[in-house]
Design a protein around this ligand. Structure first.
Ligand code: ADE
Length: 425
């Protein structure tokens, strides 16, 4: 599992599954490169400008092909790059091997135990980063808790996901955030596309390829109607399901209703659903009281960052038997004979049982990451706060996306600009 890079500047060994998997990973990287034109454009500029020269950049994301390409684009920008996983089940060992074969340091393998997962994050900290890309906040939290002395050398970082941004804002509120962090998740050109259409498609891809079951005519219960939940519900409707939304926020619940979905508490939906998908970012969302009422042969999947949304302790406590019936499907049998099927151990179903969001979607997200990282490299004296992506970068990514698709849009005339700027019209 340990592979020593043949490089003179070697100072850390990669910890990966098997370097011989590299050709397979390289083919995956080549595939996504064909479908990430915005990141291609940025990478070409990075090759010329070298914005990360002399910087150590660590990437703690889901290690699949699109992430691999982002890491390579940053390396092309002059950085020494190390990667580790933000989830032990989303790592694709072949992609990681391909990255290592091209000079990136990696600490990750698929199916890492909790202990191994955190040991990989320790190794990432030992890489002494100047810049960070994190997904979910585990790495930034680890630096603050265990390695505070390393924060002095960190210029800043970018956060990928809703859960991570919530944790960063909590660090900031408590006055203990020590580095500037860009909330990439909160950019419009991120969440309107990645959270909604990315999650919408990839969650169903993960569920369908794992279960091989029909969705049309079934009842799908989507729990949480944020941008990710909206996408999951929308695509369920498109697949022909009857969709129920469960939400704790009255405004979002009203939105779900007007989007055409039935809205009710989970305890009422429990006996109706064939598929249950948690997308809340909270814990113990599906718990004992719901499992007691749940329909026989219900499929349970989670699309939130952590594997705490479906209570596995409650499932284990209630089950008289548990067995793996298919890759990524565990069957829990209750004492009254009812069964439920848990996908991907309750981890992110789109990544643990799939390849994550489509390449064209991650093209925008990772373009935002690349440009936000460049912003931090150029502005190395920022206060330790949570920053939003600038409107300029946000719109630049959407413009590059449209340009890559050959789509033109209208511009305001001078008269219209003046009209919008005036009060006395
Ligand atoms: N691929 C890499 N990171 C991802 C993420 N956060 N969500 C979905 N797909 C991804």
């Amino acid at each position: 599992m340990f592979y020593e890079k043949e490089r003179i500047d070697l100072f850390m060994e990669s910890q990966i599954r098997d370097i011989k998997l590299a050709p397979l990973g390289k083919a995956k990287l080549d595939w996504v490169k064909n479908h990430m034109p915005v990141l291609n454009t940025i990478r070409q500029r990075f090759i010329k400008d070298k914005p990360f020269l002399g910087k150590r950049v660590v990437v703690c994301l889901h290690l699949e092909a699109k992430t691999g390409y982002l890491a390579q684009a940053i390396q092309d920008g002059g950085a020494e790059v190390a990667v580790a996983a933000s989830n032990p089940l989303s790592t694709q060992d072949d992609v990681v091997a391909a990255l290592v074969s091209e000079g990136i340091t990696a600490f990750a393998w698929h199916g890492a135990t909790d202990e191994e997962y955190f040991a990989h994050l320790d190794a990432l900290a030992a890489f002494n980063p100047n810049l960070i890309i994190d997904d979910g906040g585990d790495f930034v939290a680890l630096l603050h808790k265990k390695y505070p002395e390393k924060l002095a050398k960190v210029v800043g970082g970018c956060e990928e996901t809703t859960t991570g941004v919530i944790r960063l804002r909590s660090l900031e509120r408590e006055g203990v955030l020590k580095i500037p962090m860009v909330a990439v998740n909160d950019a419009l050109s991120k969440y309107l596309f990645d959270n909604r259409y990315g999650t919408g498609q990839s969650v169903w891809d993960g569920i369908m390829r794992t279960t091989n079951l029909v969705v049309a005519g079934k009842t799908v219960v989507v729990i949480g109607y944020g941008w990710c939940g909206k996408g999951v519900a929308l695509r369920a409707k498109g697949l022909g399901a009857n969709v129920i939304v469960c939400e704790i926020n009255p405004i979002k619940a009203t939105e779900a209703l007007m989007d055409g979905f039935r809205v009710m508490p989970l305890i009422e939906a429990a006996s109706l659903g064939d598929f249950f998908i948690t997308v809340t970012g909270n814990k113990n969302v599906i718990r004992k009281e719901h499992l007691e009422a749940i329909k026989d042969k219900a499929v349970l999947a989670n699309a939130g960052h952590f594997d705490v949304e479906i209570s596995k302790p409650d499932l284990r406590e209630m089950a008289v038997s548990v067995k793996r019936v298919k890759p990524n499907i565990e069957e829990y049998v209750f004492s009254d004979g009812r069964k439920v099927f848990l996908l991907a151990e309750g981890r992110l179903v789109n990544l643990a049982a799939g390849d994550g969001h489509p390449a064209e979607i991650m093209d925008m997200t990772f373009a935002l990451q690349a440009l936000s990282l460049e912003f931090l490299a150029k502005n190395d004296k920022l206060e330790p706060k949570v920053y939003n992506v600038s409107q300029e970068i946000d719109e630049e990514v959407a413009k590059l996306k449209l340009a890559s698709l050959g789509i033109k849009i209208d511009c305001l005339t001078e008269e219209q600009k003046a009209y919008l700027a005036a009060w006395n019209i």
